[in-house]
Design a protein around this ligand. Structure first.
Ligand code: GCU
Length: 843
């Protein structure tokens, strides 16, 4: 036996990690963690029932890699002959192969498709899958135990809650506008497409992605944007698609694509795409057969039809079910599935009090229940609008009894800080999973509907919009990867607890140090409530700019347009009246008990009050606060919470490798600043609209700030910012080349943090220098576009507004503060204000 590597490395810390292995680092454990257990790590592995290049082969190499990484030991392959009786061995295989070679396995019948059995008894380990994929999942489970120094003896079977556990990538074949080649992607460009219409030559990231997905039991992936490009179906691209499928197959991940409904016309030479037209049916049948001839395990299609400009069956007066069934029939002989999205809505008349986009899904799909073929799954976004920070569960979940359903979650943080704000999403998802629809007056949680249990459906499951990109961190930020990990875990078992998932992920990703675990757990668990507080509380939605990048604050953009993400805020009152008695009737789309509760403010929880009710700003909530005061308080509280993240993370210096430490520190500092941008913009906006001051006197009262426009300017000029509330005092300063802004400080002698609010727009990398008298305090650049992956902005607004803080600066009364700005490209070294902050003050 080889001696265990003497590890100098503490807590599984490896220097300079890029994040490319995600939570599958197999970092060495410290000797204190492995002490007394090394003898229980089997030295051989016996494989039963593997097919060449299949998931079992993968499982074996993964186990060998893992044990080598964690313990520095080489696991030998046992000969097949005595596989069943070998001691000190990991037996891995399918139940069927085990029964054929060894003996009956009574626990085998507990397994459903993709399920597995895992037993670890001292140095003998058994991993048996219902199929090869299940065995691979079992291997990852075993490695997850080892990676966390969990050497307990276990014996259990586990099964997926539902058969569909898919990732949805919104990757474009071509680069599109400012969004790069992934729609709502913040982690670089596509790992599949080259941005000029083809599948990439270099697909080396694909198996690495497959590995991550398999380890959390994701069994399918749709690789192309729902706003679909018909040219994916051309001959060359289908060949490329087949290569991608080959790379995912060893990981048990089956490949599918999004379809453009008009493909027969766009790509073929038909003059119609009517789903009931014979030539169209033939076109799709032939195309589907062609795909399956190259990819026999192709998983199926995802379709966005008649939504946001996408073509669909309604163009020909056919139903959405006609559209879905067209594809269902084409894939059915091959065992494929059609995921048909319920995200169908029309633009609405803002002047119609009764109009409501939240009603659209039930209106479009409710009457079609029972008309979909069995291999159609209606894929429903978790809430009725669009991935907002808080929504009730979509009422459609309770309205389809004879249709299979999947829930669509978004791992990419489109409305939730775009991977530049830490937002751990499972607590949000839990509110949906646990949402009890009370169908027929009985408990019917959304999670039990999705799994098919409530309405006895055999298909069903989960689609996670992922948008992994070429960035080494996969999603643009190391910490946001917990959301991908958790998505897989919850798709397997939606009843799992957000904290325990997070703890597993943290240990595997950052090692076993208790301080690291405690910090990441408490920060992550606080992150979604904080984000809700500073972006949009009381169910008003994420008050972001819905007409532009969906990133920073712009509450006015919600209203007065056809998009239907309305707040209906006016000078006196706010909120969507979704009651049956006086509003849009949306509450009535829920089963009776839920409908009755949401019909009245008295029985509507505060966190959905403005989702369901239009009330005065002075309306008293259950909390005892008025709506407006709750806005002010929540926005302050949310921003305050995230100020601490940067310090908590900074305290982990030396416990997290430098590369990942610095990367996250930068982001958490940025988030701290941007949360203040959010706080001030929202509070200022509603202060203006309502005319009601903050009882606590914080809103519009900034005693520690010096507005840039009030400084002595040389080479800088003053401009109005739009939306106004995204600048302190509504104005900023800009320069065409170089400029200075200076002021005499009137604060008493002491040490202060100096915060500077500026704007970092795309298309330029301005630079700034900050001086106290002649002492240079710091310099910085407008280069967020190189460092943060959020959707960029060309303007001075809530997306580009940024805050940098210099800590512990010595200041004496009468000192001169001076900022030098140098413009670059279209970025005019813009400045908003400076805040001179005594300890403990956030202004
Ligand atoms: C959101 C998102 C779009 C996306 C759409 C969808 O509206 O902003 O980019 O295409 O959802 O889910 O289809």
């Amino acid at each position: 036996m080889k001696p265990i590597l003497l590890l100098s490395v503490l807590f599984g810390l490896v220097s300079g990690e890029t994040g490319i292995d995600g939570w599958l680092r197999y970092a060495p454990l410290s000797s204190s963690h492995v002490k007394g257990h090394v003898g229980n790590i089997p030295s051989t592995i016996a494989v039963l029932g593997s097919t060449k290049g299949g998931p079992l082969d993968t499982a074996v190499s993964e186990i060998r890699k893992g044990i080598h990484g964690i313990f520095g030991r080489t696991v030998k392959i046992a000969s097949k002959k005595n596989a069943c009786h070998a001691s000190n061995t990991i037996i891995i295989g399918t139940v069927e192969a085990f029964e054929a070679a060894c003996s009956d396995f009574p626990s085998g019948n507990q397994l459903k498709e993709d399920g597995f059995w895992l037993s670890t008894s001292h140095n003998s380990v058994k991993i048996l899958g219902q199929n090869e994929r299940g065995a691979l999942y079992g291997a990852f489970e075993y490695l997850s135990m080892l990676g966390q120094a969990n050497f307990s003896n276990v014996a259990y079977a586990t099964n997926p809650s539902a058969p569909i556990r898919w990732a949805n990538q919104w990757d474009n074949l071509n680069a599109s506008g400012t969004h790069g080649s992934i729609e709502r992607g913040y982690g670089g460009s596509s790992i599949f497409f080259d941005g000029v219409g083809h599948i990439k030559d270099d697909l080396s990231r694909v198996p690495l992605y497959g590995r991550l997905l398999a380890s959390v039991r994701i069994n399918g992936i749709v690789i192309s944007n729902v706003n679909a490009d018909a040219t994916l179906l051309n001959k060359d691209n289908l060949e490329g698609l087949s290569e991608i499928a080959d790379l995912f197959r060893p990981w048990g991940v089956r490949v599918g694509i999004s379809l453009n409904f008009a493909s027969p016309q766009l790509l073929g030479d038909l003059d119609t795409f009517d789903p009931l037209d014979e030539s169209v049916v033939t076109w799709w049948t032939d195309k589907t057969d062609e795909i399956y001839s190259q990819i026999p395990d192709f998983v199926g299609y995802l379709v966005k039809a008649n939504s946001e400009g996408q073509p669909g069956p309604i163009t020909y007066n056919r139903t959405l079910a006609d559209g879905a069934n067209l594809f269902a029939k084409a894939v059915e002989p091959h065992g494929g599935i059609v995921m048909f999205r319920a995200f169908v809505y029309d633009k609405l008349d803002w002047n119609d009090w009764h109009a409501d986009r939240a009603n659209a899904a039930v209106e479009f799909f409710g009457d079609l229940d029972g008309e979909f073929d069995d291999n159609v799954v209606v894929q429903i976004k978790y809430g009725p609008i669009d991935f907002q920070v808080r929504e009730p569960a979509s009422p459609l979940f309770a309205n389809l009894r004879k249709t299979s359903m999947a829930i669509e979650l978004q791992i990419t943080q489109e409305y939730l800080g775009q991977q530049c704000h830490l937002v751990y999403l499972p607590p949000l998802w839990r509110t949906i999973f646990d949402f009890d629809m009370r169908v027929d007056g009985k408990e019917s949680k959304a999670q039990d509907i999705i799994t098919g249990n409530v309405f006895n459906r055999t298909l069903g499951g989960y689609a996670g919009v992922v948008n992994v990109g070429t960035n080494q961190t996969w999603l643009g930020s190391h910490l946001s990867l917990s959301n991908l990990y958790a998505f897989g875990r919850l798709a397997w078992n939606p009843a799992e607890d957000s904290v325990s998932i997070l703890e597993d992920w943290t240990r595997l990703t950052f090692g076993l140090d208790d301080g690291v675990l405690e910090t990441i757990t408490s920060m992550s668990m606080a992150s979604w409530p904080a984000y809700e507080n500073y972006s949009g509380n009381l169910g008003i939605q994420t008050l972001t700019d819905i007409l532009y990048t969906h990133y920073g604050p712009n509450p006015a953009s919600q209203d007065n347009n056809g998009w239907g993400q309305w707040t209906r805020a006016n000078g006196q009152s706010i909120g969507m009246d979704r009651t049956v008695s006086n509003g849009t009737g949306n509450a009535g789309q829920y089963p009776n008990e839920v409908a009755a509760a949401y019909e009245l403010p008295e029985t509507t929880p505060d966190n959905l009050m403005l989702w369901f009710h239009h009330v005065p700003y002075t309306f008293k909530l259950h909390s005892g606060k008025t709506v407006i005061q709750s806005f002010y308080d929540a926005h302050h509280k949310g921003a305050e919470t995230v100020q601490d993240f940067q310090f908590a993370w900074a305290a982990l210096k030396g416990k997290v490798d430098k590369e990942r430490f610095e990367h996250e520190l930068y982001r958490l500092r940025y988030q701290a600043g941007h949360s203040i941008v959010w706080r001030d913009a929202i509070n200022e906006f509603y202060r203006n609209l309502s005319g009601i001051p903050d009882e606590a006197g914080r809103v519009r009262h900034h005693p520690y700030r010096i507005e840039a426009e009030s400084m002595k300017l040389d080479g800088y000029s003053i401009i109005a910012v739009e939306p106004a509330e995204t600048a302190s005092n509504y104005t900023a300063i800009v320069t065409n080349s170089t400029g200075t802004a200076s002021t005499k400080l009137k604060f008493k002698d002491g040490r202060y943090d100096v915060a500077v609010n500026y704007y970092d727009v795309i298309g330029g990398r301005s630079s700034w220098e900050l001086y106290i008298n002649t002492r240079k305090i710091g310099t910085w650049k407008g280069d967020m576009e190189d460092k943060l992956g959020h959707a960029p902005s060309d303007f001075l607004d809530g997306h580009s507004a940024t805050r940098i803080t210099f800590r512990d600066v010595k200041i004496s009364k009468g000192d001169t503060l001076l900022i030098k700005g140098k413009a670059d490209g279209i970025e005019q070294a813009p400045l908003d204000y400076v805040a001179i902050l005594p300890e403990g003050v956030i202004d």
